[in-house]
Design a protein around this ligand. Structure first.
Ligand code: NAD
Ligand code: ZN
Length: 367
């Protein structure tokens, strides 16, 4: 088991990375002393896969366990589910020692974390991420949120977990498309910060896709370390540091929104398309060479992530983009790669170039 400490003063916590060691969760939580009554927020599919196992990991350490299931998919990040959770938790909270365990992907993690942040002005919660995206990204950093009909993540809080417990053996049952979605964020970390991580994915993509235990453990460890570093420097995302993690996300979010979160493009797939647009812009303004961008494109292809955009119109993407919160004061702002392992933030990219970069994602000129 590997441990990374996220140093945030009184909000500090550990990220534990292991494989097939869920039985250690009970003793770890006992040491944290955050309560006795564990509300496990999850969805029916994940409960079926890991519910009995997590219960078995907690009961011998003296925890009372109660499951709260929410629907699968983004629709669970709603005010309705959040309120239902709050009411159910209050019913269970008779001894004032309740805490929340988020068992699932980013959806469960965001909803459970946000619910923990507002119940009684904040109760402890723990992230047990079961998707690769959760383990390398969403479970770390304390951004919690639910969606409104006007947009994603519009109601949220910065609220750090007490522990992130990433057991990579969860990833064995993850659908291929979800594994690839997490790998999109892994590629992103390589481009932002780590040429070594990028070369590792480039060379070992076949073993990674085969869910080789050593490869997955290494990836989750390195990405967690990178993300922890950004969080420590900029916990509240207001120091222009955490913003680097948004590589590919400006256009990626616009693609997700234009596709109406129909899951035709999941988060990672949209982010990869967004990264390809950023690479296009970076090449055009002389930040990176064709040779480097070819390496990234090949890796994206080898992982089985999309490199072309279908079924979403350019008009809808551009209109979603102009509403994005990352467009500050009507001036756009992009994180652009400057090779592998370094990114820069640039404001005021000409709209014509942004449009051209998105147009370049389509197979043919027919849209
Ligand atoms: N808080 C943050 O910093 C942050 C960062 C990135 C993304 N997010 C949020 O995360 C969400 C996306 O998260 P996600 O990609 O993990 O999607 P998700 O939570 O919807 O999970 C993807 C699918 O995989 C299933 N699943 C989960 N674990 C499984 C397992 N081990 N085996 C089989 N199936 C499993 C889920 O039931 C779901 O159907 C979005 O809502 C996004 O806004 C948050
Ligand atoms: Zn992301």
């Amino acid at each position: 088991m590997k441990k990374i400490k996220v140093n945030l003063g009184k909000n500090s916590y550990d990220i534990l990375i292991c494989s097939d060691e869920l039985d250690k969760l009970g003793p770890c939580l006992k040491r944290l002393n955050i309560g006795k009554d564990a509300v496990i927020v999850t969805n029916p599919g994940i409960k079926k896969l890991f519910g009995a196992k997590i219960k078995k990991a907690l009961v011998p350490s003296g925890f009372n366990v109660r499951f709260e299931t929410v629907p699968d998919g983004e629709r669970a990040k709603s005010e309705k589910e959040c309120l239902r959770l709050l009411n159910n938790i209050s019913g269970f909270d008779t001894q004032r020692r309740v805490f929340i365990i988020a068992l699932g992907g980013g959806v469960v993690g965001d909803l459970a974390g946000f619910t923990a942040s507002i119940y009684k002005r904040g109760i402890p919660y723990v992230q047990v991420p079961t998707t690769l995206l959760g383990q390398v990204d969403s479970a770390i950093g304390g951004k919690t949120a639910i969606d409104l009909s006007a947009g994603k993540n519009l109601v949220g809080a910065f609220y750090q977990p007490k522990l992130v417990f990433s057991d990579t053996s969860f990833l064995k049952s993850l659908p291929e498309k979800e594994l690839a979605s997490g790998l999109a964020e892994v590629i992103k970390y390589g481009i932002i910060k780590s040429p070594g991580l990028f070369s590792f994915i480039e060379k070992n993509y076949a073993a990674i896709l085969n869910r080789d235990k050593k490869c997955l453990n290494r990836i989750v460890y390195e990405c967690s370390l990178i993300k922890a570093g950004f969080i420590e420097k900029d916990e509240m995302d207001n120091k222009n540091v955490r913003v680097m993690l948004n590589l590919g996300h400006t256009i990626g979010h616009a693609i997700e929104a234009a596709a109406n979160y129909r899951r035709s493009y999941n988060h990672g797939q949209a982010v990869v398309l967004g990264m390809l647009s950023s690479i296009y812009i970076a090449e055009k303004i002389g930040l990176m060479t064709e040779k480097v961008s070819r390496r990234i494109k090949n890796t994206i292809k080898n992982i089985g992530l999309p490199d072309k955009l279908k079924n979403v119109s350019l008009k809808n993407i551009l209109s979603a983009q102009s509403r994005d919160k990352k467009f500050i004061h009507g001036k756009n702002r992009f994180v652009l790669p400057a090779g592998i392992g370094r990114v820069i933030v640039k404001e005021g990219i000409p709209v014509r170039l942004v449009k051209e970069a998105i147009e370049n994602l389509y197979e043919s000129k027919k849209r």
